[in-house]
Design a protein around this ligand. Structure first.
Ligand SMILES: NC(=O)C[C@H](N)C(=O)O
Length: 504
């Protein structure tokens, strides 16, 4: 079998089930692909060849007995470095966790292992998930497989690039303000942020607890549904974990793929377009909306007037939570320890370690958050931001009283050149203008490829948002759009990506 890495995860699982390929062959094919292209892409911070092959052997054993552990048993996966993995380094893209090997697995990791998926390695990310380009990784940026001089999005640029470059058919991402969806949009991959609480946060190195959510990064909507069903569901170790059963997502994909959306009410969010949105992004978005209409959906415009303040509220709430979370990196418990010369006090060691271990963006947010929470400013900043958060939630409630799903472009622009926004944090933050409202309200969102922009030939994503716990609607609509667009393109969008130079 020649190019196993080009197959979707579902196709790989089918070949495993019929015995046409083994998990060892599949895993080896992806490890070879990583060896060939990751020198240029830099999607991985750590590759676990030995562990992946061991897990593949165990999968082959189960498969040969006709006892698969899950529908994805034996299909390899990559995991964002913010999710802890027992025995495998987990740095969250930070110098401060360099060399730390967790003694336990995150619940997501546990479920992947129990499902039989060989873990290929850990993917690159902006430090502690702060960023939209992976340029804030302490270990150097990831490059977009569509154009190596451009960003793959962030913070989960490594996961998205690994999937887009055929280094892994599946990956895990985390989304606090858009870190799964925006990388998905700019690399032509599918990214899902589930309903808050739908996937356990146990073992996810926290950025902002009230916003963080782990989810699938894949090349097709069906693959995302298969992975989401595997990692989702209640976990008593996460106090915010939902007790609901996982909705029937694969079934929703099958329903959507038939391309009939009659009876579905779709709202186009008026505030998520216009100024700041690239013309080619808006053109692809308008086309996707037409497709939805052609498939029988009723499309109306809805207004969410408080969304314009969502970014500002996020940049008070997130730094506040992050400054408190990152206090645990104190040189005493994990990773790096820098000991200044002389007779340093414990505080001197902490100061020196945090100075050397955190990058500029992390320091910026710790300072912002500490200030926003400080006595005398708390009400004016953190308190006000929480009020805006409530107003954003009410905008969603009002919108979902009228429509079943909301749509917008995922990201206002296509992938920008590396280095372009590093000196202008606000313009970097604006990448998440369309994705942040969902995190503030805890609602689920998906980004599906919707073509390439005319001006630069780079991928554009369509975002679909649904009410809390209605993740199945994302999959139904996402699968319909995917099927209709593939008909138009004559195949998957990633097939249009330029071939990477295979060299190290
Ligand atoms: N973590 C995220 O979801 C990314 C967002 N761009 C941030 O910088 O916070």
């Amino acid at each position: 079998m020649s190019d196993l890495t080009r197959l979707t995860a579902h196709q790989q699982a089918e070949l495993l089930a019929t015995g046409e390929v083994s998990s060892v062959e599949l895993t080896r094919a992806h490890l070879d692909r990583i060896a060939a292209v990751d020198g240029a892409v830099h999607a991985f911070l750590h590759v676990d060849e030995h562990g992946a092959i061991e897990a593949a052997r165990a999968a082959d054993d189960r498969l040969s007995k006709g006892e698969p552990a899950s529908p994805l048993d034996g299909v390899p996966i990559a995991v964002k470095d913010v999710i802890v993995t027992r025995g495998l380094p987990s740095t969250a893209g930070s110098r401060i966790l360099e060399g730390w090997v967790p003694p336990y697995d995150a619940t997501v990791t546990e479920r992947l292992r129990a499902g039989g998926l060989p873990i290929l390695g850990k993917t690159n990310m902006d430090e502690f998930a702060m960023g939209s380009s992976t340029e804030h990784s302490a270990y150097g940026p990831t490059h977009n497989p569509w154009d190596l001089d451009r960003i793959p999005g962030g913070s989960g640029g490594g996961s998205a690039a690994a999937v887009a470059a055929f280094e892994a058919p599946l990956a895990i991402g985390t989304d606090t303000g858009g870190s799964i969806r925006q990388p998905g949009a700019v690399t032509g991959t599918v990214g899902v942020k589930p309903t808050y609480g739908a996937v356990s946060r146990y073992g996810l190195i926290a950025l902002a607890n009230s916003l963080d959510q782990a989810g699938p990064v894949t090349r097709t909507v069906l693959d995302a549904a298969l992975l989401h069903e595997l990692i989702g569901g209640h976990d008593p170790r996460d106090s915010t974990s939902l007790t609901d059963p996982v909705p029937a997502l694969v079934e929703a994909v099958r329903a959507g793929a038939a391309g009939d959306l009659s009876g579905l009410r779709v709202g186009v969010v008026k505030e998520l377009g216009g100024e700041g949105f690239q013309p080619g992004v808006e053109a692809r978005f308008a086309e996707s909306v037409e497709l939805l209409r052609d498939a029988g959906a009723e499309v109306v415009e809805v207004s969410c007037p408080h969304f314009e303040h969502a970014l500002a509220a996020y940049y008070l709430i997130l730094p506040s939570e992050a400054s408190s979370n990152l206090a645990r990196f104190d040189a005493m418990r994990y990773g790096l320890r820098v000991t200044p010369e002389g007779d340093p006090s414990a505080e001197d060691v902490m100061r020196a370690t945090r100075d050397a271990g955190f990058g500029d963006e992390v320091k910026r947010r710790i300072i912002l958050g500490t200030y926003a929470l400080s006595s005398g400013y708390y009400d004016a900043y953190y308190g006000q931001a929480q009020k805006i958060r409530t107003l954003v939630q009410r905008d969603f409630d009002a919108a979902f009283a009228e429509v079943d799903v909301l749509v917008s472009p995922t990201s206002p622009t296509t992938a920008f050149p590396l280095g372009d926004k590093l000196s202008d944090p606000i313009s970097m933050y604006r990448q998440d203008i369309a994705t942040i409202p969902a995190n503030l309200a805890g609602v689920p969102g998906i980004s599906v490829p919707s073509g390439v922009a005319d001006e630069d030939g780079l991928p554009v994503g369509l975002q679909v948002l649904a009410p809390q716990r209605a993740d199945d609607r994302l999959y139904r609509v996402g699968a319909a759009v995917e099927a209709l667009l593939e008909e138009r393109w004559g195949g998957p969008m990633l097939a249009q990506a330029p071939e990477l130079e295979v060299a190290r």
